[in-house]
Design a protein. Structure first.
Lengths: 491, 491
């Protein structure tokens, strides 16, 4: 099974694409740039969704749903936003088809042209703030803490499964506040929540920080991001939380009466994570045998494979296996017993390795005699044999251990691939030969940032939060710098 | 609060619209025909989704996600389907906007015209069967039991919140089978599942049956539906399950090798329920005070309102209220304690009646002295006072009782509004004066069906399943009939 995968070290991009397809996560569809998320991939996304949704609700957010379409004119209302989002997008111009005159097909009915074109939402700030206008009159109506799970469309020219697709699934939070401080606090709460999710559930350590002006969200005052390091040394932006100031409130004229009776524009934030996280999950942990899923997001946490000849052996093994299955399920684990007679154990082993199932149990006739069972961990590929009556507690313990190990391995990788660099030569050599996160001084100018990008393809991933503000000289221009920032090539 | 609602008996349509808006379920958006589902409405939909999703998974289905867009040519592949679905739809013709020449806005870039227009999915059979073609080669790949939660768009001219909107949310199941029998069985499994959900969760009794050829899904061999009776005597189709035969497999050339090595076209089904169910929920149970939500779908099942003067009274009441809240929550109930000091108890009572909260608890200082609490049921509007230490168990019991009572009341209403009719005069009088479900003989012809519809607006809602096949004469034509069918005016 694993033979069908391109090796990671031979061609990382091809390895990624192979793995996404062969592990049944997703595939390209007949529509350019749009993917089909297959059941196994969707099951992982559902688990991620459920956990994120719990975290949103625990922090006081509620879900709602806003229209798929946005009138074209709405985009023109916020100057930066229109530049960032209203360009490469899907435009609905007509609302009817008719039979072709030649009778052979259907065609757009020219009589059914929309007066104003509709844009398939690339992000929903505009339609939501146009709605909030009617919901907010007084400070009593604030804060509004609303999230939406939705599909969005951005017409990307070069697409890659999960990482960059024309249509993708995401959640977008849009909150409204009475004060600047409260909105800033919300922005931070959410980036912390995203970091928590990435680390505790996805098993991926992330850097938290601000984006530079060049990299921030079109329409934001500040963008916080979490950045993860992939195994090829490139960074992946895994979530963003934007402090929007009063920009959208002003664009859509959303004002409220504060406690003192004064009319003020509302302060706002927006934030989102998307199916791009699936790409991060694959690239952060996968190996040449396939996916390595953290137990906290694995649709199947334990698989049990019987090793048998003939039905009577299978019957006796199945009895034991099903007992273990129900014991594990009683402990809250999701377990699959794979007794298909169409495939051999070796094939099944490879299949579940490919699919990243954290723990595999195998039982043969000798195990039944000896009261033992074989365990194989996906993360370490190590095997051991233990007594059957110990397996339930041990598997529960292993889930925690595997989750932690996956995270620690990722953290170790990031540590090993983070460099402090003080000269331009070293910077170039580092970014070209080693990749990784480069901590370097930057003079804070957009020009320098742009030049570094042009010369090396490296961008500023984050301006770290809570940095010790060590002063220095810009690695490129030699001008004074207030703190190191993190550069990397990025997805 | 209830004074703001139009009375149901004065103008049912207006009452419905008022209620949806004032109970904060949904509102019209800036985009014609598209609604905003507000947090309270969305919370109900989320509960319905979660329960349906559990039922789908318990019957072996998995979720996946297919593209929002469908190439225009796909619709032309199934002859009936194109007539039914590819007409009134949103058509994407361009993929880019540009700044207007006058610099004042943005406009569609004529250079970014798509070679083939994309249709925003009105339903996904075509794109899904085009995908299944690559997934199915052998009988071993079958059955495929896949569901998707998604938004769809049908360009409706006259829209009504939840009941008929251009964009709506739904789930669509698309299954593939090796045999006709298995696909037919699936169709029935699902319509039974929908009926179970409607009755046990929504508290709405439904009639199950076939659709006539005129009313069935475009592309189906048979459509099963569940039909519910609203309080104005009109029927509402609440879910459909289609046996598609080999139509889509043939249109998209999806064949498999069966066990004997023979190449066969795959058999299929599709089925869906949508946010239309929200409209049914409102119309089936609501009254002139507002919504009446069944506990199984109510986002807030119990609300506790303190009745107090001054902070010291509030403190002592809050202590008791929060204790009750946590006891109820420990029993799995969702509880809100509303201690807002901005609104009087009477206002709150009316608000939670409007929002259909099944059970309201009120505690004042005298209750604290006496160790009592007042309960008010939303379904019966009855009140009683009981000992505080009994309230948890009683509330749990009441949830079940209220759920059953809501269903029984609906069932009683349906029984009172179901008529067996044997003459055309009686039919017309019944449908015009009383509405409801009319059981009448029909000769089975599309012509008769059409004439009855033109003369009375009544349509055949279902051809009941498991009818006793009582023979008779068509109420309209006098020709022989094999069984009674159910007529009604419908949403």
């Amino acid at each position: 099974m694993a033979d069908f995968l391109t090796k990671k070290e031979d061609n990382y991009a091809q390895w990624y694409n192979d793995l996404v397809i062969k592990a049944d996560l997703a595939e390209n569809s007949a529509v350019r740039g749009c993917m089909v998320i297959k059941p196994y991939g969707y099951a992982i996304w559902e688990k991620a969704q459920a956990e994120l949704d719990k975290l949103f609700k625990a922090t006081g957010h509620v879900n709602a749903y806003f229209p798929l379409f946005i009138p074209k004119s709405f985009f023109a209302k916020e100057a930066d936003h229109v530049e960032g989002f209203a360009k490469e997008c899907a435009v609905v111009t007509h609302y009817r088809l008719k039979n072709s005159e030649d009778g052979k097909g259907i065609e757009v009915d020219p009589d059914a042209k929309l007066e104003e074109e509709l844009i398939v939402r690339p992000t929903s700030e505009t339609i939501i703030w146009n709605t909030y206008k009617n919901w907010i009159q007084s400070y009593r109506d604030l804060p509004l803490l609303i999230n939406q799970w939705a599909n969005v469309v951005r017409w990307e020219m070069r697409t890659r499964l999960f990482l960059r697709t024309a249509e993708f699934l995401w959640q977008e939070g849009h909150t409204a506040h009475a004060t600047r401080e409260e909105a800033e606090e919300e922005t931070k709460t959410i980036i912390d929540l995203y970091a928590y999710f990435a680390e505790k559930f996805m098993g991926i350590p992330v850097l938290k920080g601000f984006k530079s002006d060049a990299e921030k969200f079109a329409g934001a005052i500040d963008t916080y991001a979490i950045e993860a390091l992939m195994q090829d040394g490139k960074a992946l932006q895994a979530g963003t939380s934007h402090f929007l100031g009063q920009n959208f409130a002003k664009a859509f004229d959303v004002q409220f009466t504060d406690k003192s009776g004064k009319l003020e524009h509302v302060w706002s934030t927006s934030w989102g994570v998307s199916t791009r996280l699936m790409g991060a999950l694959v690239m952060a942990h996968g190996d040449n045998n396939g996916l390595v899923l953290p137990p906290n997001l694995a649709p199947i946490q334990v698989v049990i494979v019987p090793i048998y000849k003939g039905n009577s052996q299978l019957d006796s093994i199945s009895q034991t296996a099903l007992k273990i299955k129900s014991e594990l399920e009683a402990k809250g684990l999701s377990v699959k017993y794979d007794d298909r007679d169409t495939h051999k154990p070796g094939f099944k082993f490879a299949e579940y390795e490919l699919k990243g199932v954290p723990l595999r149990l195998a039982i043969g006739p000798r195990d039944i005699e000896n009261g033992t069972i074989e365990l194989a961990r996906r993360d370490t590929l190590s095997k051991e044999t233990i007594a059957i009556d110990k397996v339930t507690d041990y598997a529960v313990k292993l889930m925690k251990e595997i989750q932690e190990n996956i995270y620690n391995k990722s953290l170790q990788f990031r540590n090993d691939n983070s460099y402090t660099v003080d000269s331009w030569e070293e910077f170039k050599e580092s970014i070209n030969n080693r990749g990784g996160f480069i901590y370097a001084h930057w003079d804070g100018s957009a020009e320098t940032e742009e030049r570094i990008k042009n010369e090396t393809k490296a961008t500023i991933r984050v301006i770290p939060v809570g940095n010790n503000n060590e002063e220095g000289k810009c690695v490129y221009s030699g001008k004074p710098s207030k703190q190191r920032v993190v550069f990397a090539k990025a997805y």
